[in-house]
Design a protein around this ligand. Structure first.
Ligand code: FAD
Length: 610
């Protein structure tokens, strides 16, 4: 973490200096976020990183969520929390899913059919963890309130209508307040993160499309005593004729979540119509676990809810002109909790949209960038629905024999990468290149998230994960992996790249701003860190930054001989590679280190000159 850049400032460095109007609730804002679930809070967290962007979060509830709802956090979400700066807090409080067991009926009753590792080696530097959605909200709320505008949600604001008109703030949203009165907020952009029954989606004229059949699910968080041996492991249990259950151990060492698939709902029927009580869920869990005992001492939270596998036609209102309204999260796709994706995919939607809105609002990008949000995320939502359907079918099927048993486990293993959130791959577009030079960095796939690996920072010899420099600060990263023998000296490939990049960076960077404020160049050398000198690096890799013109010493890294990033990520040792990473951590381009013309052409496609 870098601070004191604009002069020494005592106190918590994570707290941005407050703006004069901090804490106010303007009637017209750049972005109005409706809903403070995982999608809304991720979007707000991203916007809060930019003091110049005004935003509000409107929430129907009277206050923050305290318990319940989703709890699975995929490796990729942890990587995103790292970019926001609160991954360590999540790691500290959460349950870590290390192994999964599978239980099946056998001649002697329920038996453990298999027990496997949950996340494969080197999938991510982050684990798969379980933490209450409510706690995650707490971390986000703190982060948002630490931004320069000190934003907190407007609780008790129920959206009742949205109108799109003309002018600088063309969207007008009307809210009903707890005392029955109404209030209006105008915005340049409105993002509906208002859940599965989204009013914003309705106002856009869109609907969720997909399977009419809706599955009823029961879920409970309990404190219990049991002789079932895998109560502290994630466990999938299938029985002959008593149904199936998923056990998810929870944070804190005692809490356990149990998911049970109940019935299909009839047309027009709602979960609430079935009166699924905690007692019913406890009895069902006891029956599935028999002959093991389950004594429930406290039902902390329980819920029954219906799931349809559905996705919306478009996630924006492009049919009305340049998009002004967007939806994210459950507002645009719904699926079962089996694959643990609801919260993760919702946050990924918002993370994809956040930097794009910020880039347009900050005058860095053309509005056409915004169209890529729906294009990219809708394609991923459709994949998720297909995956969820297959998973649901396999989970619900009565185990008939060894072949089906093996099929279920095989599917589970094969898709562990998918559920970890690291399989997302965006198609070639305005902001995602082709695979022409993919062989230069075979482990950094264009369209997929940048895959971290260890490096050593040259100036202070600090070992760190290279992926952890990808902060959620709206900047593009240009990662130059140097060819063998290059030490950064004049005339070398990296120094020549720096020379060629100077005019390109100057073209898009506003006058007076730091040279790395939009395009942030970093270099990774193959040489041992003690053999290189930071003072011999090209000026672009030691830029002067901030009000005082201090030197940034954190742009240059060396491979760690004990775990070499060039080997681990398939970087061409002879030619090196230029890996271009988007502000949301996805690889946009893999290019030769000499291809600055192609890089310029790429940025010209959507960036705006100041
Ligand atoms: C009751 C419930 C139980 C769930 N249980 C599980 C579970 O056990 N496991 C699992 O994986 N997933 C579960 N989910 C799903 C999971 O929580 C979601 O996938 C995830 O939260 C999606 O995030 P989101 O931000 O898109 O939507 P949400 O988390 O649904 O957030 C939407 C927010 O918008 C607010 N809102 C809605 N309408 C308006 C309005 N008109 N005006 C203002 N605000 C509005 C809501 O109050 C809410 O805070 C559950 C969801 C619900 C609602």
């Amino acid at each position: 973490m870098q601070y004191h850049q604009d002069g020494f400032r005592p106190g918590d460095p994570a707290l941005a200096p407050a703006q004069e109007e901090a804490g106010s609730a303007p009637e017209a804002v750049d972005v109005l976020v409706v809903g403070s679930g995982p999608a809304g809070l991720t979007l707000a967290a991203q916007l809060s990183r930019f003091p110049e962007i005004s935003f509000r979060i409107a929430e129907r509830r009277e206050g923050p969520l305290l318990m319940g709802q989703a709890d699975g956090l995929a490796c990729r979400s942890l990587e995103m929390f790292q970019a926001f700066g609160f991954a360590e807090r999540v790691l500290k409080e959460s349950y870590w899913v290390n192994e999964v067991s599978f239980w099946r009926p056998g001649p002697e009753g329920l038996h453990r059919a298999d027990r496997i590792r949950d996340v494969e080696e080197d999938l991510s530097e982050m684990p798969h963890v379980i933490l209450s959605q409510a706690r995650l909200h707490d971390f986000y709320l703190e982060l948002i309130a630490s931004g320069a505008r000190r934003v907190t949600p407007d609780y008790g604001h129920e959206l009742i209508s949205v109108l799109r008109g003309e002018g600088t703030h063309p969207v007008t949203a009307t809210f009903r307040l707890p005392d029955g009165s109404e209030s209006q907020i105008r915005a340049r952009y409105l993002v509906g993160c208002d859940g599965a029954r989204s009013r914003v989606r309705g106002a856009m004229g869109h609907s969720l499309k997909g399977e009419a059949a809706r599955q009823l699910w029961g879920v409970m968080d309990i404190l219990a005593v049991t002789d079932f041996p895998d109560i502290r492991l994630k466990a999938a249990i299938q029985t002959e004729d008593r149904g199936a259950m998923l056990i998810i151990p929870r944070e804190g060492g005692h809490l356990v979540r149990m998911y049970m698939e109940l019935d299909q709902l009839a047309e027009g029927e709602r979960a609430a119509d079935r009166a699924v009580t905690p007692d019913l869920l406890v009895a069902r869990a006891q029956s599935i676990l028999a002959p093991y005992n389950l004594e429930v001492r406290e039902v902390v939270w329980s819920s029954a809810y219906e799931i349809g596998q559905r996705v919306c036609d478009a996630f924006d209102d492009r049919d009305q002109g340049p998009p002004r309204l967007f939806i994210a999260g459950d507002a645009c796709h719904t699926h079962s909790p089996k694959a643990g994706q609801g919260m993760n995919v919702s946050m990924a939607d918002a993370y994809n949209l956040g930097w794009k809105l910020a880039a347009v609002l900050r005058g860095q990008a053309e509005e056409n960038l915004l169209l890529t949000y729906s294009d990219e995320r809708r394609a991923k939502a459709k994949e998720l629905i297909d995956f969820d359907r297959d998973m649901a079918r396999l989970f619900a099927a009565k185990p008939k024999g060894k072949a089906e048993e093996a099929q279920f486990q095989h599917y589970f293993k094969k898709h562990a990468r998918y559920t970890a959130g690291v399989e997302t791959r965006y198609d070639a577009s305005l902001i995602c290149g082709l695979e022409t030079d993919q062989t230069l960095a075979s482990g950094q796939i264009v369209g997929m998230r940048f895959h971290s690996a260890p490096v050593i920072r040259l100036a202070d010899a600090r070992p760190l994960q290279l992926g952890h420099i990808l902060l959620a600060d709206g900047r593009w990263r240009l990662l130059a992996f140097a060819p063998k023998g290059d030490e950064g000296a004049a005339g070398g490939v990296v120094a020549s790249l720096c020379d060629a990049l100077q005019p390109l960076i100057a073209r898009f960077t506003p006058e007076g701003a730091d040279s790395d404020s939009l395009l942030d160049l970093r270099a990774i050398f193959q040489e041992e860190h003690r053999s290189l000198e930071i003072t011999r690096m090209p000026p672009l890799l030691r830029p002067r930054v901030g009000r005082l013109g201090l030197t940034d010493y954190e742009k240059v890294f060396c491979a760690d001989p004990a775990d070499d990033i060039f080997d681990r990520r398939g970087i061409d040792r002879a030619r090196g590679a230029l890996v271009v990473v988007r502000p949301d951590g996805y690889v946009a381009q893999v290019l030769p280190l000499t291809a600055t013309d192609r890089l310029a052409e790429f940025f010209e496609g959507f960036m705006r000159r100041p």
